[in-house]
Design a protein around this ligand. Structure first.
Ligand SMILES: Cc1cc2nc3c(=O)[nH]c(=O)nc-3n(C[C@H](O)[C@H](O)[C@H](O)COP(=O)(O)OP(=O)(O)OC[C@H]3O[C@@H](n4cnc5c(N)ncnc54)[C@H](O)[C@@H]3O)c2cc1C
Length: 387
């Protein structure tokens, strides 16, 4: 696929690949064991100058779109999936800020992001509406020159570590419809933020995906992104495409990492009674070919979807839905097969493959979830409304 990528993305990938090998992958196991937010990875990515991936060039960013996000997410995930997700959520948050940035947002957020000294993230999910992330119940009220925000966000990746949080709330304006929501930026030091329990997930343990309570949080009106009740535009133009492509990239990279680890083990393990290697067994050769085909197919779908999204192709939406659903299925299937191919070694050691298996399980529950994506994708085919 590299031959199809623009030179600028190939360069970014090369740079990120090197630091993934040198700084990110070596600490992946410890990050998982300690459920520790990957500061080392975020610092290395900042030093490499890639935090402003989606920020316009005039502020010092790379002004890249979905394809670069897919490729970099995939690259980092080959070393550490938690780190890939933390970086990806920063990128999605920064794409949302960039989309309708005012001069205030540019100076306060986009310039520091492009200068690699500000981490942001996206906090949409709430316990009450779960997988239906487009239905926030967090309340927004106008109070003079300020907004007052009350509610609780769940699963906030980079929670407690990001400098700012892009949140969704119900719209405060009286003339908006049910289900309208607004996006705002909450600064980390805003009074009234309470972080609930530390993150202790089954997988993605380095994410710090914590719950954030917002109690009477007072925000300047300038922190509103776009217009009140701008949800349709934000959801379909920015949040969904960037979030889905970011996730698909990370889960594709995870699958590639599982495949690589399996190949390595199958080549190395030799039976003492026959001298035969696992690599000599036809069933395993066949299984590996199937895993490899699946990874390549998913990469083709993802890159194509991201490209179509970047050029504004009207068919891009369904491609993007399919790409994330497929990457989630891929990650779960490939890590499962990898465990089978590597036998008791993989099961006993609780090492890389079992970590990847646990990380992969998050793919299906991250909104829009795989089942919901497939429903939406089918509805698009049938000219039915998505929701
Ligand atoms: C590791 C991790 C990191 C995350 N990071 C973030 C983040 O940074 N920001 C953020 O905003 N959110 C984040 N999330 C939250 C995520 O996007 C989901 O909102 C959350 O996982 C939903 O969990 P739930 O238990 O509320 O699911 P539920 O809503 O209880 O869903 C349970 C199951 O029911 C299914 N279901 C529900 N409704 C339907 C339907 N109508 N049709 C078919 N199936 C349906 C779902 O597909 C799912 O499989 C993260 C989640 C995880 C696991």
């Amino acid at each position: 696929m590299e031959v199809l990528l623009p030179e600028s993305i190939v360069r970014l990938r090369h740079q990120v690949q090197e630091l993934t090998l040198s700084h990110i992958a070596p600490q992946a196991s410890q990050t998982d064991q300690d459920a520790r937010w990957p500061l080392h990875s975020m610092q290395a990515l900042a030093e490499a100058g890639v935090m402003g991936l989606h920020v316009p060039k005039r502020f010092g960013g790379h002004e890249q779109g979905l394809l670069a996000l897919a490729v970099l997410g995939e690259t980092i995930a080959q070393g550490c999936t938690s780190s890939a997700l933390c970086y990806a959520m920063h990128c999605v948050g920064s794409a949302v800020i960039t989309a309708k940035a005012t001069a205030y947002h540019e100076e306060k957020y986009l310039v520091p992001i492009a200068e690699n000294r500000h981490i942001t993230t996206l906090a949409l999910s709430e316990h009450g509406t779960g997988a239906h992330f487009y239905l926030p119940q967090t309340e927004l009220a106008l109070s003079g020159a300020h907004y007052i925000v009350n509610g609780t966000k769940q699963f906030v990746t980079n929670g407690g570590h990001a400098d700012s949080y892009v949140i969704s709330t119900m719209a405060s304006a009286e003339n908006t419809e049910d289900g309208d929501f607004s996006c705002l930026i909450v600064d980390r030091d805003s009074a009234g933020i309470i972080w609930l329990e530390p993150w202790a997930g089954l997988g993605m343990r380095g994410n710090s995906s914590r719950a954030m309570q917002l109690n009477q949080v007072r925000l300047p009106r300038e922190n509103l992104l776009g217009q009140e009740g701008d949800q349709i535009w934000y959801t379909f133009e920015v949040v969904a495409p960037y979030f889905l492509i970011a996730m698909a990239g990370a889960y594709l990279g995870l699958a590639q990492a599982a495949l690589n680890a399996t190949i390595e083990h199958v080549k190395a393990r030799r039976y003492s009674h026959s001298g035969e290697r696992l690599a000599d067994i036809h069933t395993l050769q066949y299984r590996l070919a199937e895993m490899n085909i699946a990874v390549h197919k998913s990469r083709g779908l993802l890159y194509q979807a991201a490209y179509q999204g970047d050029v504004g192709d009207p068919q891009a939406t369904n491609m993007i839905l399919m790409a994330k659903a497929d990457a989630a299925d891929l990650a779960v299937a490939v890590t499962n097969d990898a465990m089978t191919c590597c036998g008791g070694f993989a099961y006993r050691e609780n090492g890389q493959l079992s970590r990847l298996l646990r990380d992969a399980r998050a793919a299906h529950v991250m909104s829009p979830t795989t089942d919901i994506l497939k429903l939406w994708s089918g509805r698009l085919l049938l000219d039915l409304p998505l929701i």
